[in-house]
Design a protein around this ligand. Structure first.
Ligand code: CP3
Length: 352
């Protein structure tokens, strides 16, 4: 068994204190990230240059005593490799130049070969593993088929992704064709990241919570389960823990826990103790402080961390995180307050 407490917690093994990492830990709230991004010229160049992706991956690890690093990349690398053309404008969010609007668009898509078409990601994983010197484990990731389909159809972010939902409702066969090719792409991409050295894998289903229950089962959960099952037939991936984060989908925790994943990511709209009571016997849980807490005073941040850890209790299988990504307006000093509070309270609760 690994002696990294992040991997031990994912396996629901005992740990000396609760491990912690932060979604979007390498990002715009860090001045050193903004400097590297400026040097890269654009976000996409930053992702596509392994040396720079490695540099920003390591920035939060150098600054804070975190228990895991996450590959610096984006979920939209797969649609980009499929030919949709990704750009990310300052302040405007991601954009795909060639959205998928017709059956013919979708029928023409093929799954990218990770070591050919996404070689820069695999090179970044290999370089980061080398530079980390096993200080902390590296997390690889991908978007869920549903969430990637949302962006591929819409071409950009949206509050409701109404076009994607309309396709699912009007022409489910075409939507399934899209989800199928994306699910095959995601599985191959995650398996390749594991083979390149990623020690845990996470799937971001950011927009799963937009779906009504039946649609969630048919268009999101089904493909998450397929990915979890398919990874079992890949040598490096089958022993690599998989974390599923379906934001806004707390109604489906039991079904998500039945997919065969090692852990579930939680957003902040459910109490940790309640989530543990529902599925903590089957999977580890990761989360789930409201990112807005990082705007509060240091004393309040520490109290909120303490309350969350106490709510989970001394049971095995907790990885502390935010319930969604850290926002660009956060003061890096407050992130330090949060991490230090997790160390102190997590040690007290676990007796380490
Ligand atoms: O967590 C990390 O530190 C690793 C890096 C990471 C990024 N994106 C970097 C990024 C990860 C894991 C992602 C995943 C991602 N990308 C998701 C799923 C997680 C989530 O937040 O729900 C989604 C939906 C995307 C799509 C995406 N890419 C969006 C919505 C944006 C815009 C964000 C914004 O606030 O403008 C991006 C661009 C992006 N990806 C940035 C970063 C640091 C900001 C780009 C910049 O530097 O200007």
């Amino acid at each position: 068994m690994s002696d990294h407490r992040f991997l031990r917690a994912l396996a629901r093994q005992p740990v000396d204190r609760t491990p912690v990492w932060i979604m979007r830990q390498a990002g715009r709230y860090l001045p050193e990230y903004r400097a590297t991004r400026a040097r890269a010229g654009s976000f996409v160049n930053l992702c596509k240059t392994p040396e720079l992706a490695c540099e920003v991956t390591l920035q939060p690890i150098a600054r804070y005593p975190l228990d895991a690093a996450i590959l610096f990349s984006d979920i939209l690398t797969i649609p980009d490799a499929m030919g949709l053309g990704l750009s990310v404008e300052e302040g405007a969010g991601p954009r795909l130049a060639k959205p998928m609007r017709t059956h013919a668009d979708i029928a023409a898509l093929t799954a990218p070969d990770p070591e050919m078409d996404l070689r820069y990601v695999m090179d970044a994983v290999r370089l980061i593993r080398r530079e980390l010197h096993d200080k902390v484990p590296l997390i690889g990731f991908a978007g869920s088929p549903w969430t990637l389909a949302c962006y591929m159809i819409e071409g950009q972010g949206s509050a409701s992704f109404a076009r994607a939902k309309a396709l699912a409702l009007d022409d489910p066969a075409t939507m399934h064709k899209l989800l199928d090719v994306v699910a095959r792409s995601v599985t191959a991409y995650l398996a390749a990241q594991a083979a390149a050295g990623a020690q845990a894998l996470m799937v971001f289903d950011t927009w799963g919570g937009l779906l009504a229950p039946d649609m969630f089962g048919e268009f999101s959960l089904h493909y998450l389960a397929r990915i979890a099952q398919s990874l079992q037939s890949h040598n490096a991936a089958k022993s690599t823990p998989l974390i599923l984060f379906s934001k806004g989908a707390n109604a489906h925790l039991e079904a998500l826990a039945d997919t065969g994943c090692a852990a579930l990511g939680l957003d902040w709209t459910i109490a940790l103790g309640e989530a543990r009571a529902r599925v903590g016997g089957r999977v580890a849980l990761q989360g789930n402080l409201d990112p807005a807490v990082l705007q509060a005073t240091p004393a309040v941040i520490a109290a909120e961390v303490e309350a969350a850890l106490a709510d989970f209790g001394a049971h095995p299988g907790h990885v502390f995180n935010l319930g969604h990504g850290v926002t660009p307006d956060v003061d890096p000093e407050r992130v330090k307050v949060m991490v230090d509070a997790v160390h102190a309270a997590g040690r007290r609760i676990r007796g380490g």
